[in-house]
Design a protein around this ligand. Structure first.
Ligand SMILES: Cc1cc2nc3c(=O)[nH]c(=O)nc-3n(C[C@H](O)[C@H](O)[C@H](O)COP(=O)(O)OP(=O)(O)OC[C@H]3O[C@@H](n4cnc5c(N)ncnc54)[C@H](O)[C@@H]3O)c2cc1C
Length: 323
């Protein structure tokens, strides 16, 4: 009953977010005096299960044909069954789209409670307390989850990874025999065109806004800068909505929540909805022509200037440093 279950989709792989999830799970399980169990769903679950057996006490593979690819209802039914049988105190999920979608529904079906975007999870007496950023990172809300199991999805890179165990945990295969439930169905999948790492895991991000003026400068001005910095590219909603860059680049309240060491906001005004996605960035820098742009209230370094003057200079300096 004091166990912690982490739910993983095999397609997400063994990235920093997944390792952080195991880290959060391990610390919570230790606090509760319970075991850390992992449930791995989908095709290729075996490989991921092996990785997680070094971090968890037990790993359960759910990879029957109906679960090979993510389908919301079928996956939910499988997780309800598995978590119901394991009867944990807490269920933790990552911040990928599948986890965010499934977490509140899973909590409801298990008769528990849910919260998303947690940056800290701890036990306080009988309750579980989850901290999350609110008002674009200006304040932190602490939410007490009284109904168990507490189902929480966590922000990537906010949690230290779990240490590897001396002995690998037990790996078992669930005999679920889940039927395909097609009330809602994923009818098309488009693979995100991006570098190796997920935006949520990037250490350095170069992000452009509407002030960039069109799609071309993202390729000709910002991308070469990102390459020099070893950064990933992102954008404001205005730039994504304009169709200049893919929607998957969007950072903010309705986009991705990122936690880089450096977030370089170029021609982004810094609306609260954008800031909601970068409140956990260690350093924010901005280039903007408007000295009164709200982004300057949030950044550690700022340049009031046309980005078309600054970015080429930055590239030149960085290239010289790398020689
Ligand atoms: C419910 C809701 C959810 C939302 N979710 C999100 C979200 O997830 N993410 C998000 O980003 N937004 C979100 N928004 C939209 C948000 O309110 C802003 O409209 C949006 O962030 C503005 O994008 P922007 O800063 O790129 O554009 P603008 O507000 O148009 O700002 C452009 C900036 O570029 C500067 N600029 C112009 N030319 C140059 C130049 N040559 N060099 C340097 N600077 C220049 C300008 O001074 C200005 O500050 C949401 C809004 C709502 C209502």
């Amino acid at each position: 009953m004091n166990d912690v279950v982490i739910c993983l989709f095999a397609s997400a792989g063994f990235d920093k977010a997944a390792q952080g999830l195991a880290g959060a799970g391990r610390r919570l399980a230790d606090e509760l005096g319970g075991r850390l169990r992992a449930v791995v769903i989908g095709a290729g679950a075996d490989t991921l299960a092996l990785e997680f057996s070094r971090l968890c006490d037990t790993v359960i593979i759910a990879d029957q044909a109906e679960l090979a690819e993510y389908q919301p209802e079928t996956c939910l039914n499988a997780l309800v069954r598995l978590c119901g049988e394991l009867s944990p105190r807490t269920v933790l999920l990552g911040n990928d789209a599948y986890s965010q979608e499934i977490a509140p529904r899973l909590a409801y079906r298990l008769g528990g409670s849910a919260v998303g975007d947690g940056v800290e999870v701890r036990v306080e007496g009988e309750a579980l307390r989850v901290s999350r950023q609110v008002y674009g990172g200006k304040a932190q809300a602490v939410i007490e989850l009284k109904r168990m199991p507490a189902v929480v999805w966590l922000r990537a890179r906010s949690f230290a990874p779990a240490p590897a165990r001396a002995e690998a945990g037990e790996v078992t295969r669930a005999a679920l025999d889940i039927q395909a439930d097609t009330r809602t169905r994923v009818i098309e999948r488009k693979r995100e065109e991006q570098g190796e790492a997920r935006l949520e895991e990037a250490r350095v991000i170069v992000s452009g806004g509407r002030g960039i003026g069109g799609p071309e400068p993202f390729t000709t001005e910002l991308q070469p800068l990102a390459d020099l910095l070893g950064a990933q590219m992102a954008a404001s909603r205005a730039a994504c909505d304009a169709g200049w860059v893919p929607p998957t680049w969007q950072v903010g309240q309705t986009g991705k929540k990122v936690t880089p060491d450096l977030y370089l906001a170029i021609a982004i005004t810094g609306a609260s909805q954008h800031m909601a996605g970068i409140s956990e960035a260690k350093t924010i820098s901005a280039i903007n022509t408007d000295p009164d742009a709200p982004i300057f209230k949030h950044c550690q370094f700022g340049i009031v200037e046309d980005y078309r003057k600054v970015v080429p200079l930055l590239r030149e300096k960085l290239a010289a440093l790398q020689k």
